[in-house]
Design a protein around this ligand. Structure first.
Ligand code: CTP
Length: 412
């Protein structure tokens, strides 16, 4: 059935379902972040959820009326049907064992479960419950039913839950839910852009590298750089939400793990080189957005270097140029995109790297600007292609830029 309004309007509509887990208070952070990100957020709460957090909280944070009952609708049309016409995505966070059971079996006996059976778009759930409940055979059977229907699970995490028990069942960090929702909305734009150009969806294996590396000087000190990993994480999130098989090779970062990706954590440039090469052997596309160190200490001291008062000279040796090595082993059909972080003569240096590293694309950005690039939420880039074209992309949010870049990389 066609929708009255999808995400093409000014604001994409997302329905946030909140069920009765004590983690319901964390949904306030999700509602606040999504509204600030420009989402038309519609909240539906179960009766149990309203015992834990007031609907007024979500009314204020979403700037929209909150649905708590099937019977208090001001319109002739049931609210759950009207919302289903508009919504691009349903996310239930937190999701209790009860709502998962109702979803798995099509039970529609309150506003949220009735909405679930009206919704025909993508669905995400972030379960939150006691680890013994999560392990229960009936709960796991329901989880399997929902996964088989394409419901995306965000967590649960392993850790201490509210009652003090330790195990799998903890609600994921709110930032994980926010990031997955925003990446899914960008993935929809990516799909629309490709479809408009007649490009049919084909599932690809994509390796994305992200973040800095750490090169040990001694057991407590290291050489690193200011890469935050945000651009690489955004690319991995959007590619995964678009339905591709994504491996994220990540240096140390403080970012929430993107949903739907396999993550290989590395520390040094040597570890990153090994991981990227192993993963790229089975992949269609490598996006090398990491900032691996170009040099490492020639010898890492086995114990902490003590200060002597005298000057200290570090002896550094070059690390492997990962993209340089990849270029030599690249098989027909495999594509590679690199990044060029420059502080001067940006286009000239970027084009030289494109040729030297035999890349299909290089994404160039000026890291001397404080408003874009390293650690910023936004980026403005120019993409140079092996065929000699230059495509300018204006300043935008890194998730939106990720969708634009992927539209370019996945065209072929
Ligand atoms: N890169 C790599 N291996 C390294 C260093 C960089 O694969 N040891 C990759 C980066 O991930 C990026 C591209 O090469 O995709 C360009 O990185 P950049 O740091 O801009 O350039 P370098 O080749 O290191 O050259 P320079 O530092 O002299 O600018």
């Amino acid at each position: 059935m066609s929708k009255k309004t999808a995400t093409d309007g000014a604001k994409p509509c997302v329905v946030l379902g909140i069920s009765g887990s004590i983690a319901a208070y964390k949904a306030a952070e999700i509602a606040s972040a999504l509204t600030k990100a420009g989402v038309d957020l519609r909240v539906i709460m179960t009766a149990s959820a309203t015992k834990l957090v007031q609907p007024q909280t979500f009314f204020t944070l979403s700037r929209n009326p909150v649905v708590t009952s099937l019977w208090e609708t001001p319109e002739w049309e049931p609210e759950h049907v009207a919302m289903a016409e508009r919504a691009a995505l349903l996310v239930i966070a937190p999701a209790t064992a009860n709502i998962l059971a109702k979803m798995a079996h099509g039970i529609a006996d309150d506003a949220l479960s009735s909405y679930v059976v009206s919704h025909d778009g993508p669905v995400m759930v972030a379960p939150a419950m006691n680890p013994r409940m999560w392990k229960q055979a009936a709960v796991q059977a329901n989880v399997e039913i929902l996964k088989a229907r394409g419901v995306q699970f965000l967590g649960p995490d392993c850790g201490i839950v509210a009652c003090g028990d330790v195990g799998v069942g903890r609600f994921v960090a709110p930032a994980v839910v926010v990031n997955a929702v925003r990446a899914q909305l960008e993935a929809r734009k990516l799909a629309a852009a490709l479809a408009a150009d007649g490009v049919r969806f084909k599932k690809r294996r994509i390796v994305v590298s992200a973040g800095p590396t750490r090169e040990a000087l001694d057991p407590v000190r290291c050489l690193t750089n200011r890469s935050s990993g945000k651009m690489g994480y955004a690319l991995a999130s959007v590619a995964a939400q678009a339905g591709h098989e994504v491996v994220l090779v990540s240096g140390p970062t403080a970012l929430p793990r993107p949903a739907g990706c396999r993550i290989v954590e590395v520390e040094s440039a040597e570890e990153m080189a090994a991981a990227v090469k192993a993963e790229f052997a089975k992949a269609d596309l490598l996006i090398m957005s990491a900032a691996p160190a170009d040099y490492r200490p020639a010898h890492a001291a086995a114990s902490k270097i003590k200060k002597s008062g005298a000057a200290l000279t570090l002896n550094l040796e070059p690390t492997e140029d990962i993209l340089g090595s990849i270029a030599k082993s690249k098989k027909a059909g495999q594509k590679v995109a690199g990044f060029a972080a420059e502080t001067e003569r940006v286009a000239e240096f970027a084009r030289a790297k494109l040729q030297k590293k035999k890349l299909d694309w290089i994404v160039a950005n000026d890291v001397s600007r404080a408003d874009i690039g390293f650690d910023s939420e936004q980026n403005e880039v120019e993409v140079h292609t092996a065929a000699g074209a230059t495509i300018g992309m204006p300043k935008m949010d890194k998730l939106a830029l990720a969708a634009r870049l992927l539209a370019l990389f996945l065209r072929g």
